[in-house]
Write a protein that binds this ligand. Structure first.
Ligand code: ADP
Ligand code: MG
Length: 694
């Protein structure tokens, strides 16, 4: 059918039957102006261009610099839309195409070759050539072999893994031609392809384009150089946005192209032959169906994902330093959240444990006035009995404490001696592990019985059973009736388990020889009323003594204050951690924004080679999510390592899995949110603007 059209054309383009007279490309009165919005004067660059290009033609558009050639080519390649006029591709009005259809057209129909090559700097030659095929959904293996084959045919087999900066201009241009051919390159749009090349490289590139034209590709060449333009079969001259001459009518038709027109894939001898056989032949009749099929055929989401991760890894690796900086921000954020919360929870736990061991409802009444020179009063057991009468006081225990030497058989041990009542286990929150504690009866009868701390028991009796044995305290023999449970805690040089407990009566009369208490231990009933209770105790004792020669210590209040201070500290630490996480997040956004700005040209290149908006969005989003995921995981590890080091140094830490998950979640969310905005901005970029940026 197409061959018939060619034959018909050869006879001097008689009007063919209507159904076959559909041009590949037809421009009708195309205008393109720039600016005009916001008060700036509009520049009319194209002022009514009409032309028709048939499949298989080799056309040069020639004109002075600034005459609108590039503008025209961007319109032809569907990178830009006209201000007015109609562009029909295979008979279809481009204006009616959706963005995805335009992307498909760029991908499948066009191959761009630019003056400054427009290769992606982070990719090597092979991957640059593969880009259009990635968006076309070609399988990895096919892509690889086809790209390699193309590069080899273009004489670049030794440069496959070179990045653009490692290639000469001529080589870069050949890579970009290979890229243009990757998806078939049915229409090659070359904008000043030799403009930046030396004469020899330029001649090579022109020879290649001629070869492609001979093989059946439609080639549209843009140049300001008449000598270059002469090599095309048809030359269109443009001046100030208008076509001033077109030798299309008089071109030599005696030499038909080597293969059927638009079916570049059929020319197996040309470098464009598609190894995967996925080529398609275009004519006006089947164009719509071909496009519909092409649009419905897409790679699986997993393959897309894999591609995106691969590409993201590539970019992150090439920009290692920047990636490292971003990672650092996230790692510090996540790790500090984990460590700070662990420190906060750890110290809180210490305070809680202290509160639990002291009991918050404990108070102490000690003898002595407010100042050193104040009344030096004393406390007696009668005072303890008075305090016991105060409302909300459960127990008021007289307490004698002192140091003494205890002897068993021939062992002498210095230790603390506490003379207390039968209520001591309750007041001290400390029970016997063996034997019994002394009773109220023992206290009343001045019984000479003793309960030993675990450590003192071991010191005196070794592993032997101390129960029933006698110890000498101040030459008074006491019978051991019980051993206290081990506390194991050490404060200062004294050990909690280094203590001997005897009845208060016996202790005061037969050991200490005084009725003056060391202090009164008070156990309040209701914690919430301890402040009132303290005031009541003060009042009652002041009445009895006629002077305030004692102190009431409210342990509960001080612990409460301590715990509150602790909570404030935890909150502050958490806040600092959260701030560092936010700062990390802002760092990610900053770098993503910078990345987008820096890579605007790459986005333009990707769009020109057929990327959809979703492809661009996915790519940038993948990059930021990858960075934040890796950063989050590393942050957890760094936090754990740092925390373990602190634990090793004796800091009390409590790691929380919830805090870790939350910190990681925050990092990921930051990546998603702060990555999404620049990514969307990138995806929406106008391809022309993107391509023009540097
Ligand atoms: P050529 O490729 O023939 O040298 P161009 O098509 O690049 O010329 O540009 C033609 C004219 O259009 C120039 O004067 C240029 O300043 C103007 N022009 C091109 N692109 C834009 C744009 N995006 N905004 C404003 N003016 C533009
Ligand atoms: Mg130009």
């Amino acid at each position: 059918m197409v061959t018939e059209a060619r034959a018909a054309e050869a006879v001097g383009r008689p009007p063919p039957p209507a159904s076959q007279d559909i041009a590949l490309i037809e421009l009708v009165d195309i205008c393109r102006s720039f600016g005009g919005a916001g008060g700036t004067p509009a520049t009319k660059v194209l002022r009514g261009v009409s032309m028709r290009i048939d499949a298989g033609e080799f056309v040069a558009i020639v004109g002075a610099s600034g005459s609108g050639k590039s503008t025209l080519m961007n319109l032809l390649g569907c990178l830009d839309r006209p201000t007015s006029g109609q562009y029909r591709f295979a008979g279809q009005d481009i204006a009616s195409f959706r963005v995805d259809e335009l992307a498909w057209l760029r991908r499948e129909a066009f191959g761009f070759v630019f003056q400054n090559y427009h290769l992606i700097r982070t990719l090597d030659a092979l991957h640059n050539v593969e880009v259009p095929a990635v968006y076309a959904g070609m399988s990895r293996a096919d892509r690889h072999s086809r790209a390699k084959e193309l590069l080899t045919r273009l004489g670049l087999d030794g440069r496959i893994q070179h990045r653009p900066y490692q290639l000469s201009g001529g080589q870069q241009q050949r890579v970009s031609i290979a890229r243009a051919l990757m998806n078939g390159g049915r229409i090659i749009l070359a904008d000043e392809p030799t403009g930046a090349l030396d004469t020899r490289s330029g001649a090579e590139v022109m020879a290649l384009l001629r070869e492609l034209a001979d093989a059946g590709h439609t080639v549209i060449l843009i140049t300001h150089d008449r000598g270059v333009a002469e090599q095309a079969r048809r030359v269109i001259e443009i001046r100030d946005g208008l076509i001033v001459s077109d030798n299309g009518e008089v071109q030599d038709k005696t030499e038909p192209p080597a293969s059927t027109a638009f079916s570049a894939s059929a020319a197996s001898s040309s470098p464009s032959a598609r190894a995967d056989g996925a080529g398609w032949t275009l004519n006006a009749q089947n164009f719509a169906t071909t496009m519909a099929q092409g649009l419905s055929r897409s790679a699986s989401p997993w393959a897309d994902m894999y591609e995106a991760v691969q590409a993201a890894w590539q970019v992150l690796f090439v920009n290692r330093f920047r990636t490292l900086l971003t990672l650092l921000g996230i790692i510090i954020g996540v790790a500090s959240v984990i460590v700070m919360l662990a420190i906060g929870t750890g110290t809180q736990r210490t305070v809680m444990a202290k509160i639990a061991s002291f009991g918050t409802n404990r108070m102490y009444v000690t003898p002595g006035g407010d100042t050193e020179r104040g009344p030096g009063g004393t406390l007696s057991e009668a005072d303890a009995a008075l305090v016991a009468q105060v409302p909300n006081v459960d127990i008021a225990m007289p307490f004698f404490a002192g140091k003494t030497t205890v002897r068993a058989a021939n062992v002498d041990v210095g230790t603390r001696l506490w003379a207390v009542t039968e209520e001591a286990p309750h007041v001290l929150n400390w029970n016997v592990s063996r034997g019994t504690f002394f009773t109220r009866q023992d206290v009343r009868t001045l019984a000479t019985v003793a309960v030993l701390g675990k450590r003192i028991s071991t010191k005196l009796f070794g592993p032997a059973d101390p129960l029933g044995q006698y110890v000498l305290v101040n030459n008074v023999p006491f019978q051991v009736i019980g051993v206290l449970a081990e506390k194991g805690a050490t404060s200062g040089q004294s050990n909690d388990d280094d203590v001997v407990l005897v009845p208060s009566s016996t202790g005061s009369r037969r050991v200490f020889g005084t009725a003056n208490l060391s202090w009164i231990s008070v156990l309040a009933h209701d914690l919430d009323k301890v402040d009132d209770t303290a005031a009541d105790i003060t009042r009652v004792l002041t009445e009895a003594h006629h002077v305030k020669d004692f102190q009431v210590y409210n342990q509960a209040a001080s612990l409460k204050a301590q715990s509150e201070a602790q909570q404030t500290l935890t909150l502050t630490l958490g806040l600092i951690a959260a701030i560092s996480l936010v700062v990390g997040g802002i760092g990610v956004m900053n770098i993503m924004l910078m990345t987008v700005r820096e890579r605007t040209r790459e986005i333009g290149i990707r769009t020109a080679t057929g990327a959809r908006q979703t492809d661009i969005l996915r790519q940038f989003l993948t990059e930021s999510v990858m960075v934040s995921t890796v950063g989050g995981v590393l942050g957890i590890f760094v936090g754990l390592a740092f925390g373990l080091a602190l634990i090793f140094l004796g800091v009390d830490l409590v790691f929380s899995v919830r805090a870790m998950l939350a910190a990681f979640g925050c990092a990921l969310a930051t990546g998603l949110v702060f990555g999404y905005m620049p990514a969307r901005q990138a995806a929406r970029l106008d391809p022309i603007v993107a391509l023009a940026s540097d």
